[in-house]
Design a protein around this ligand. Structure first.
Ligand code: ACO
Length: 382
């Protein structure tokens, strides 16, 4: 096989159709079911975007109310999920904690026949499972952060919408509207991004006719890596290392001399800037003003301008979202679990799409190992 025929990292390979979202690197645009993500972030609650990803259309008022009611019904942390989390060491990475919690939810779901032959589930079962996970994840993420801080669990509030309730369960106080709005925008921006590594992982698992929970657990594993979702956590580590705008130049000189990757910059698909960044940067700016933290703005701007001018590599969504989540008060370790809480909507939309027109995903490889050889003294049976 010619070297050129091997598409390492599947770069540039189109493996299937999807109607869930369209990433257009030429125009730096991202559409969810046809709608520009910026328009959705400016006008919709996250619940409506979840509905859009699952159903293909924005909800009517009645449909939105129904989804909200169902989401509220499934919000509370189940006893066995809490017990499983409590068994984990306090220094377990929260991504492992959330992965474990999703696994427990899956193992406890007795809908369906329980036979492996029915694991893939019907469209109705999978929609129900998707809503259940989407509703349960905020309480898992919030509980994780509170547990690590030695704080009591905060129960969900039925009078608050998704984003406001998420912040309530995490911090035990009602967040200001400007904070809820910035958080809601981040949830929308993270929700979906075509065949990224975690979504593709979910589709590969689904393609074997495995179950939705297994596919989400696998996707969480893929998201954890710093080349993917883990970058929002890594951005904060970098910003803490740098400390202040004055230190950007010497820090960057050394980091580039050591050939370090600068987290929060670069993207496999977008080469001239990530379509989601301007919207998230605007949300970050409102938080910077709200919390009166011009130092964050200075560091952000200095690192961006220095790195872009030296390398021509632009920020991705994790660059503004990392400091935004920090300002809101989330622990750095909680950032990637927030990504899960959002992206579970996109993952499950893809899982349902894959199930509806399935083909087992099984690529080929070019062998470059040892030539054929044999066990010394082995004599085949006559
Ligand atoms: N810092 C320093 N150099 C970089 C960076 C970066 N952030 N990104 C790319 N480069 C350089 C690479 O070192 C490489 O240089 P070389 O050709 O001299 O070896 C060149 O640019 C191409 O980089 P690749 O990693 O091969 O490009 P690819 O398209 O595979 O990578 C990726 C995309 C993995 C996102 C990369 O840009 C990266 O590692 N960024 C940092 C991690 C990150 O922010 N991930 C978040 C992704 S977006 C998201 O999940 C929301």
């Amino acid at each position: 096989m010619a070297e050129a025929d091997i598409k390492k990292g599947l770069a540039g390979v189109v493996v299937d159709y999807t109607a869930v979202s369209k990433v257009n690197p030429e125009t730096n645009s991202l559409l969810y079911r046809g709608y520009p993500v910026q328009e959705l972030a400016a006008t919709q609650p996250f619940e409506a975007v979840a509905y859009l990803l699952w159903h293909g259309e924005l909800p009517t008022d009645e449909q939105l109310a129904e989804l909200r009611a169902e989401e509220r019904r499934h919000r509370a942390l189940a006893d066995n999920v809490r017990a499983a989390i409590d068994l984990l060491p306090l220094d377990a990475h929260p991504m492992d904690e959330v992965r474990t919690a999703v696994s427990v939810i899956g193992a406890s779901d007795n809908s369906g026949s329980g036979s492996v032959l029915d694991a893939a589930g019907s469209p109705e079962e999978n929609l129900e499972r998707s809503i259940r996970l989407y509703a349960a994840l905020p309480s898992i993420v919030a509980y994780g952060q509170r547990r690590r801080r030695g704080q009591e669990i905060v129960e969900p509030r039925d009078d608050l919408d998704y984003s406001a309730n998420f912040l309530w369960m995490t911090f035990g106080e009602e967040a200001d509207e400007v904070v809820v709005d910035a958080f809601n925008r981040s949830m929308i921006l993270y929700a979906e991004h075509s065949f990224n590594a975690s979504t593709f992982t979910a589709r590969v698992i689904t393609s074997t006719l495995s179950d939705l929970y297994s596919a989400v657990v696998g996707a969480i594993g893929a998201l954890k890596g710093p080349l993917h979702g883990g970058a929002n956590e890594a951005v904060l580590h970098i910003m803490s290392e740098i400390g202040s705008a004055d230190n950007v130049v010497p820090w960057l000189d050394q980091a580039l001399a050591e050939k370090r990757k600068i987290m929060g910059f670069g993207h496999r698909v977008y080469k001239r800037g990530d379509s989601r960044v301007p919207t998230m940067k605007a949300a970050l700016d409102t938080l910077i003003e709200h919390y009166d933290r011009p130092d964050v703005a200075e560091l952000y701007a200095k690192l961006e301008s220095e790195f872009v001018s030296r390398k021509g590599i632009y920020p991705n969504l994790d660059y503004p979202s990392g400091p935004a989540y920090n300002l809101i008060g989330f622990d750095t370790l909680t950032f990637t679990p927030l990504f899960i809480a959002s992206r579970v909507t996109g993952w499950t939309a893809h899982i349902m799409e894959q199930t509806a027109s399935n083909a087992l995903i099984r690529p080929l490889s070019a062998y470059n190992g040892a030539d054929e050889r044999h066990i010394e003294g082995y004599v085949p049976d006559a």
